[in-house]
Design a protein around this ligand. Structure first.
Ligand code: NAP
Length: 345
C-alpha cells in the first residue's frame, strides 16, 4: 500500500498536536502496518506532548502507544496468524524506534513490531482492545524487573503475597490481574468506590489509601492471613514511603523487592535489605523484543483466550478522533479515577 494518511503530529517540542498528512510507510521484516481503529491514552503521552520527555528525539513527532485496529499489510517473517484483515491489539510506539514517527499510535496507519501484536478476540471491541498494550507491558515488566519470571506459578501453600499500591490505576489493574495468574495473594490500595471491582479482578483485600491508619490496616490483614509479604509494586507517585512502612512490618529479617513505576527520585526513601528498582523494559533490543513477545504472545494472548484476562479499568470513550486527542489528553492530565481514556479513530 502506498499513499498518505492523517496523523496527530507534534510539530516541535511543546506541542500541541496538529493534524497533518504523512506518507504511509511499508512494514519491514517482522513488522505490520495497522489501520488504527482506537487508541488509548497514557500519562507518558502528555509528558511527551507538552515537555518532549521522556525524550522525543525526532520532530515532527508522532507519539502514543496503545492501539487496536486491522492489519493491512505484513512484512516478512510475520506469523500467518496475523494476516491482513485480522483484528488486532498492537503496541505501536515510536519510543523504542529512535523516535521514528511511522511507529507512533496517534495516526490512521501505524507500524508495529510483531512481538507486540496479538489477535483481538471477536467478543472485544476495538475500544476495549486499545486499553491493553502499555499498561500490560508495564505491569508485567514490573515482575521481571524484580526477578520474578512471568511463568511463575505459586501455589497457595507458598503463601506468597504482593502489595500493589495504586490498584485502580490502569497499570494497577493489570498488576492485580497478573499477580493473580502468578499465584500471589494480592493486597492493593484504592479509593473505596473501586474496592469491589478490584476484588473481581483478583485482589484478595483492598485498602483505602487515604485512611490515616492504612499501613497498620494492611499489616494487620497480612499477619492475620499468615502470608509472606516481601514483594511490592508502587504503581503511583507518593506510594514508596507507605509501601516501605508496610514491608518493614511484614518482611521480618527477609529481603524485600519493590518495583517502582513512576520515575524514582534520587533521594527516595529506603529500607534495610530492600531493593527498590525503577520499572523499565530491558534496554538491550534483543532482550526487550523477547520480553515483549512473552508479555503479548504469552501472558496476554493466553489470558484473553482463557478469559482470565479482561480489559480494565472501565473505559471512558472520548470522541473527535485524531482532532479530539488534545482535549482527551488534557482530561487525562487533570486526572482520572479508575478509568482508561480511549479515542475511536
Ligand atoms: N515505568 C514505566 O515504564 C511506566 C509505563 C507506564 C506508566 N508508568 C507510570 O505508572 C503510573 C501509573 O500510570 P497509569 O496510566 O496506570 O495511571 P492512571 O490510570 O492515570 O492513574 C490514576 C489512578 O491512580 C490512583 N492513585 C493516585 N494516587 C494514588 C495514591 N496515592 N494511592 C493509590 N492510588 C492512587 C487513582 O486511584 P483512585 O481512583 O482509587 O483514587 C487513579 O485511579 C504513572 O506514574 C505513569 O507515569 C510508568
Amino acid at each position: 500500500m502506498t499513499g498518505a494518511h492523517q496523523a496527530a503530529v507534534i510539530p516541535q517540542k511543546g506541542g500541541p498536536f496538529s493534524i497533518e498528512e504523512r506518507a504511509t510507510p511499508e512494514p519491514g521484516p517482522g513488522e505490520l502496518l495497522i489501520e488504527v481503529k482506537a487508541v488509548a491514552l497514557n500519562p507518558v503521552d502528555h509528558y511527551q506532548r507538552d515537555f518532549g520527555m521522556p525524550l522525543v528525539p525526532v520532530y515532527p513527532a508522532v507519539v502514543g502507544f496503545d492501539t487496536a485496529g486491522i492489519v493491512v499489510k505484513v512484512g516478512s517473517n510475520v506469523s500467518s496468524a496475523l494476516a491482513p484483515g485480522s483484528r488486532v491489539i498492537a503496541f505501536a510506539s515510536s519510543f523504542f524506534k529512535n523516535g521514528s514517527p511511522d511507529y507512533g499510535a496517534f495516526q490512521q496507519y501505524a507500524l508495529a513490531q510483531s512481538e507486540g501484536v496479538v489477535a483481538l478476540p471477536d467478543a472485544l471491541s476495538f475500544e476495549q482492545g486499545a486499553v491493553f498494550p502499555l499498561a500490560v507491558m508495564t505491569a508485567l515488566t514490573a515482575w521481571t524487573t524484580i526477578g520474578i519470571p512471568l511463568d511463575t506459578m505459586y501455589s497457595p501453600e507458598d503463601k506468597q503475597a504482593v502489595l500493589i499500591w495504586g490498584g485502580a490505576s490502569s497499570v494497577g489493574t493489570f498488576a492485580i490481574q497478573s499477580a493473580k495468574t502468578l499465584g500471589f495473594t494480592v493486597y492493593a490500595t484504592a479509593s473505596p468506590k473501586h474496592h469491589e471491582y478490584l476484588k473481581k479482578l483478583g485482589a484478595h483485600a483492598v485498602f483505602d489509601y487515604t485512611a490515616t491508619d492504612v499501613v497498620s490496616q494492611i499489616v494487620e490483614a497480612v499477619k492475620k492471613d499468615g502470608v509472606n509479604l516481601h514483594t511490592a509494586h508502587c504503581v503511583v507517585k507518593e506510594s514508596l514511603q507507605p509501601t516501605l512502612d508496610v514491608l518493614k512490618e511484614t518482611k521480618g529479617d527477609a529481603a524485600a523487592k519493590v518495583a517502582h513505576s513512576p520515575l524514582l527520585p534520587e533521594d527516595h526513601p529506603t529500607l534495610d535489605k530492600t531493593e527498590i528498582t525503577f520499572n523499565f523494559p530491558p534496554t538491550d533490543k534483543v532482550v526487550r523484543d523477547k520480553h515483549m513477545y512473552q508479555c503479548f504472545h504469552g501472558w496476554l494472548q493466553h489470558g484473553l483466550k482463557s478469559g482470565s484476562v479482561v480489559p480494565s479499568p472501565a473505559l471512558q470513550v472520548e470522541d473527535g478522533g485524531l482532532r479530539g486527542l488534545n482535549a482527551a489528553l488534557d482530561k487525562l492530565k487533570v486526572g482520572v479515577s479508575g478509568k482508561k481514556i480511549v479515542v475511536p479513530i
